[in-house]
Design a binder for this molecule. Structure first.
Ligand code: ATP
Ligand code: TZP
Ligand code: MG
Ligand code: MG
Length: 265
């Protein structure tokens, strides 16, 4: 059975501590997919919420000290209870504060998956890559080698997104090439993707790399179909249609359109 089918059968609870820009879009995207979003960031309850969830997704998009303390507590509870843990290090490398917070979280928590743009993952891997705020800038380098380096360093699945997405555990690497450039015109499509990865990890049965790879490919297929349906219209129509497709893409539609490749290394 596909991981997509498992998500829709299990309707996993996904605990998000995320930024103020994308919270609503993330919750709606998870609902459309067939998961159950729970946004909770109060220090008093995050350990309880993490422990009862199928996955925990941390996102540093709009940081403050209270959120950081809650992320550490939620992440530690996830680690204690064997709950998959995802980090989206939004803007790591863009300011020293974001870089430091990312390093602190990585020092205290064992991730199941890290998902970021190339600049963010380069920062985590100890390499340099241009960034512009929360967006990756133009840069040069071997993106697959970068992903591998980060995965080995963190001992988790690392996902670098862009025109093509790289998903690796440091040993085996997938390239997911579905998607559409209009995704870059809607804020939060990266953040929602990190939450969708969480939903797939919740049903991975310990097979995190394959579940994450399918999540990336599924997301790209939904975007492609949404872009076709909203062709000639703007990003607002695309955003709405994308939410529709997250719920309408079936496992059959997914497998007929998916371009997911396990590469030789
Ligand atoms: P950034 O802030 O740099 O945009 P992000 O956190 O929004 O980063 P993205 O890399 O934009 O994350 O990834 C979000 C989604 O958009 C992924 O599904 C990715 O495949 C897709 N995507 C990003 N850029 C392109 C592109 N140029 N063409 C097609 N799909 C893209
Ligand atoms: N500013 C701080 S967080 C955020 C913005 C615009 C959202 C970033 O979302 P994404 O998914 O990385 O585009
Ligand atoms: Mg983007
Ligand atoms: Mg992002």
């Amino acid at each position: 059975m596909s991981f997509l089918s498992k998500v829709r059968l299990a309707n996993p609870l996904v605990h998000n501590i995320t930024n103020i820009v994308v919270a609503n879009f993330t919750a709606n995207g998870l609902l459309a997919l067939g998961a159950s979003p729970f946004m909770a960031d109060a220090l008093e309850e995050v350990a309880d919420v993490a422990a009862m969830s199928g996955a925990v997704v941390l996102n540093i998009g709009t940081l403050n000290e209270a959120a950081i303390a809650s992320m550490v507590k939620a992440g530690q509870a996830a680690n204690r209870h064997g709950v998959p843990l995802v980090l989206d290090p939004v803007g790591a490398g863009a300011t020293p504060y974001r870089t430091d917070v990312t390093a602190k979280l990585l020092g205290e928590l064992q991730l199941t998956a890290l998902r970021g743009n190339v600049a963010e993952v380069a920062n985590v891997a100890g390499e340099r890559w241009a960034s512009k705020g929360v967006d990756a800038g133009a840069g040069e380098g071997d993106v697959i080698a970068l992903a591998n380096k980060a995965a080995r360093k963190l001992n988790c699945v690392v996902i670098i997104t862009g025109k093509e997405d790289i998903i690796t555990d440091g040993t085996r690497t997938y390239i997911a090439s579905n998607g559409h450039s209009i995704l870059t015109q809607v804020t939060g499509t990266g953040c929602l993707l990190s939450a969708v990865v969480g939903a797939f990890l919740a049903v991975s049965g310990g097979n995190a790399l394959e579940a994450a790879a399918e999540a990336l490919s599924f997301y790209g297929v939904a975007a492609e179909i949404a872009a076709e349906a909203a062709e000639g219209q703007g990003p607002g129509s695309f955003q709405m249609e994308f939410l529709n497709q997250l719920s309408l893409v079936t496992p059959d539609i997914y497998s007929s359109r998916s371009r997911l490749q396990l590469i030789e290394q």
